[in-house]
Design a protein around this ligand. Structure first.
Ligand code: PFF
Length: 474
């Protein structure tokens, strides 16, 4: 590690630019694909309510902590933590958790791009189908007219069986991510968020209204909000807590990096709250968009990870306007995925710039290229390397393919470790005055934050980490 760190001169052009970019980072595949999948598998209401509690009691204090470190440090995650540690007379070794975060972000973006590639492929299928519907003079027909449910399901298996196809869509998505990150903070990341996030919200509201009109929103709301507390097992709590961290982009130093581009102004408390509220609203709206459609056609809400790729296309087939709204649905997920993947790639890229002194394009190319190569291993795990179990010696990952191993290891190990170290650092090591002046919190809000970050977060995260790694102790 090089000891000198260069302050970044890059920055957001306004407070709202930071908020849009940070909300764009938080809102992603985690909200629209992972959240409804987990809620469906875990029985709905109790999971959702516990998830919301995790977001506000643990997630929000951590969001504020990460944004604080970035704002106070003004450089990449490792350098920012080192600066805050120096100003707080704490050991510089705390900077290591910034490095762990940057590594986790690098690993996550490698498989995130592969999954986003599937979405891209499906957007292509649905787009082609919409064009056919328009040419046939029936633009409001259902999607994939004439295909049986088996044929629709077969599309996913066929895609997994084709390494060339998976590679192509992964290449396009990673290329786009790299291009935006290489252009820089204000002319790349900020511009992308400024165009894409409004588009995302318009699409989301449109699709929720569509679900409400054409689907069974009453049953969906009952499913999502009526708790059956007997379903709240330790495993369900564990996955709700993990999902809260993933969805808010915590533990990978993403918000430290974005926070470092805030040049002036305080008010970090309301800004962090806005990020947490917006991310949670989007997850709930995604549930209220997907489940009415699933229930309307009598499908299984607990279909798991294939919900979006097999269940929904079939549902769109049976609904009026399905060809159009099915296409818009995949465009929506794609938009959300781009604004998140750029935030992931930005973390190691900023490290290369701040700690190694590389130029931005060089750093983005090294990490984007590296993540692309890692992603190839993940996608081959669906076909030619289907039998490979990278962490097969570990019972937790004994039967886990390459992509799910990278996802599981980052989600179950690296993210909670990052969150745990962040909470201990902020709760016990960081200088109080620095915390107060940088965040601009009122004394009451400051007291609540300090309590949550010093006591509740470390304890709760330590529990998820242990129960996640050693499920047998439950
Ligand atoms: N929060 C993103 C999602 O919900 O899809 C995933 C993510 C993005 C995690 C950025 C971590 C991160 F730094």
């Amino acid at each position: 590690m090089v000891a000198t760190t260069t302050s970044t001169s890059e920055g957001w052009s306004s407070r709202s630019a930071f908020i849009l970019a940070a909300v764009g980072a938080a809102v992603g595949l985690g909200n629209i694909w992972r959240f409804p999948t987990l809620a469906g598998e875990s029985g709905g209401g109790a999971f959702v309510i516990f998830y919301i509690a995790c977001v506000f009691l643990l997630g929000l204090p951590l969001v504020l902590s990460e944004v604080f470190i970035g704002k106070a440090g003004q450089t990449d995650a490792v350098g920012s933590i080192r600066r805050v540690a120096a100003q707080s007379k704490a050991s510089p070794s705390w900077a290591i958790f910034g490095g762990v975060g940057a590594l986790a972000a690098f690993l996550i973006v490698s498989f995130y791009s592969v999954v986003a590639g599937w979405v891209l492929y499906y957007a292509g299928i649905m787009g082609g189908d919409l064009v056919q519907a328009i040419l046939a003079g029936d633009p409001f027909r259902g999607a994939l007219a004439g295909e049986s449910q088996d044929q629709i399901q077969q599309r996913l298996s066929d895609m997994f069986a084709s390494p060339g196809l998976l590679l192509g869509v992964h290449f396009v998505f990673m290329g786009l991510t790299l291009y935006i990150v290489a252009r820089g903070v204000s002319s790349g990341i900020e511009k992308a968020a400024t165009y894409l996030m409004p588009m995302f919200f318009v699409l989301l509201v449109g699709l929720v209204l569509y679900g409400a009109i054409e689907g069974d929103i009453g049953q969906a709301a009952a499913f999502l909000f009526t708790p059956d507390w007997s379903k709240l097992t330790p495993q369900v709590m564990n996955s709700a807590l993990g999902q809260a961290l993933f969805s808010l982009s915590l533990g990978v130093a993403g918000l430290i990096t974005y926070g470092s581009y805030i040049k002036e102004g305080s008010g970090l408390g309301p800004t962090s709250a806005l990020i947490a509220v917006a991310d949670t609203c989007v997850a709930l709206l995604a549930g209220l968009m997907i489940f009415p459609i699933v229930f309307a056609v009598g499908l299984d809400p607990a279909a798991g990870p294939t919900l979006v790729f097999q269940t929904l296309p079939f549902a769109f087939q049976t609904m009026p306007g399905g060809a159009l709204f099915g296409f818009l649905f995949f465009v929506l997920i794609l938009v959300a995925a781009v604004t998140s993947s750029i935030s992931l790639l930005e973390v190691p890229t900023a490290w290369g710039i701040g700690e190694r002194g590389w130029s931005r394009p060089k750093s983005a190319l090294i990490f984007g290229g590296g993540a692309f190569l890692m992603g190839i291993a993940c996608l081959l795990g669906y076909n030619v390397w289907a039998d490979v179990r990278p962490l097969g010696f570990w019972s937790l990952f004994a039967d886990t393919d390459i992509l799910d191993t990278v996802d599981g290891f980052t989600g179950k190990v690296m993210l909670p470790v990052g969150a745990l170290l962040t909470s201990i650092f902020i709760g016990w090591k960081a200088d109080k005055n620095l915390l107060l002046t940088t965040t601009g919190l009122s004394p009451l809000a400051f007291g609540i934050w300090r309590f949550l970050i010093a006591w509740l977060c470390p304890l709760a995260v330590a529990i998820i980490l242990t129960t996640g790694l050693f499920p047998s102790i439950l």
